[in-house]
Design a protein around this ligand. Sequence first.
Ligand code: SF4
Length: 176
Amino acid sequence: MAGNPEKIPIGISSCLLGEPVRFDGGHKYDPLINTQLADLFEFRPCCPEVAIGLGVPRDPIQLVRTGQGMRIKGVNNPDIDVTRKLENYGNRIAREFADICGYIFKARSPSCGMEGVATWTQQGRQAEPDGIGAFAAALIRAHPGLPVTDETRLQDPALREQFIEDVFARYRSYHS
Ligand code: SF4
């Protein structure tokens, strides 16, 4: 982008920018994202759990394997099921952020995690850590081919470089 003042828009989990939106009122400010990548990208922050009305602070949620597939339920109150709300919000953001060229998700979150999220049985036992957050899954489905990553993958220089290249390629495809 040398000589081009325009930054490329990408979506990002709000907590990675230092916004205090986590269930415990904290954040997950990421130094690399907020320095190196902030020079390249215009961040469009989004916290799906706040957006669907769960509030801050809030009871934590988790991925639970059920007979109806993977559900996002309250840790302390399994009667709470926000799967559909998070999926609907992922679809909505895919429409509202139609021009983004990538997305940086918060790793391991039951809403934002894009891979390897912890899962639990209905009896409360830990199961395979192979879940995907409901918001991330819906957004990825609704935004085919969108370059996506998370803050742990960005620590790897090769994966980081690949993500940046993919975002630039997506941007060029929108503007060619
Ligand atoms: S991981 Fe996603 S849902 Fe959780 S606090 Fe961060 S932005 Fe919000």
